[in-house]
Design a protein around this ligand. Sequence first.
Ligand code: ATP
Ligand code: MG
Length: 301
Amino acid sequence: MTDRDSALSIAGLGKRYGRAQVLDGIALDVAPGERVALLGHNGAGKSTLIKLVLGLTRPTSGTIRVAGHAPGSMAARVATAYLPEQVAFHKSLTGREQLTTFARLAGEPVKTVAPLLERVGLIDAADRRIGTWSKGMRQRLGLAQALLGHRCVALLDEPTSGLDPISRHDLYAVIDEMAANGTALLIASHALTELEARTDRIAIMARGRLVADDSLANLARAAALPTRIKLTARDGAADALHSELGGTRINGRAVELQCTTEQKMAQLARVTALGDAVRDIEMVPPSLEDLYRHYCGEGLK
Ligand SMILES: Nc1ncnc2c1ncn2[C@@H]1O[C@H](COP(=O)(O)OP(=O)(O)OP(=O)(O)O)[C@@H](O)[C@H]1O
Ligand SMILES: [Mg+2]
């Protein structure tokens, strides 16, 4: 990918706070329409990276380009949507008033406000003071703000925190819509199971360094983590199954095997040869959580 193809381009990025090296040698590109999950332990540097992209703080080394512009410049700000880790609004304003203010600041017509409130499910609460809203409702208003206008880049810092399951589902629908419209999305989150199916690429940070950056499938291949095969035995056949195949006895009836991707078909053949001693079989590939543990563990060594 060249710089010109990237909506967001980060190279050799370093950040120090006093003597602490908070970010070190980060290189990351996000293309238009791409959804990248940014994962990492508490204090890994995710929010710092986002603040540098916004131009809220300056890098110690390296370069960032937002739609070709320097962070913090007028052009970069217009090109960027941002949902902060902790959304803060004027408590005495109503939702409609607050979003109207944001629309004016973003140079967007006021007539976009009502449909946006509708889009994030806040139209019924729109004329109540934000001070009376729940946390999830304020989070949704933050999302509505991020949706104002067409942005080249969206930076979402833990967007699902405080959202109920249906709201999370709605949020990912909004994310998909933004990606389909060509916005490059960087989503910092700890919600691994949700992100697994919802993003195109996974970037993992550990202690200020990028320790993985690829599609889930490629990361899984490179990590060579085992697939688990769970077998449920016919009544009274668990011992025989265990002594024939090895693996681990899970409870009275189940045996669990582990194998690499290459060994999967051979293992299946062994299981099939046992006929009706096996009542059920379940294959569990490595999850994003397994991969996260693997890459984070490597990065913290
Ligand atoms: N203004 C600051 N001054 C000094 N240190 C800072 C500052 N901002 C962040 N840090 C430090 O930088 C490191 C990274 O913090 P950051 O907020 O980027 O982590 P994070 O990955 O977003 O974590 P979390 O998952 O908890 O949100 C932490 O050690 C933090 O203490
Ligand atoms: Mg953070």
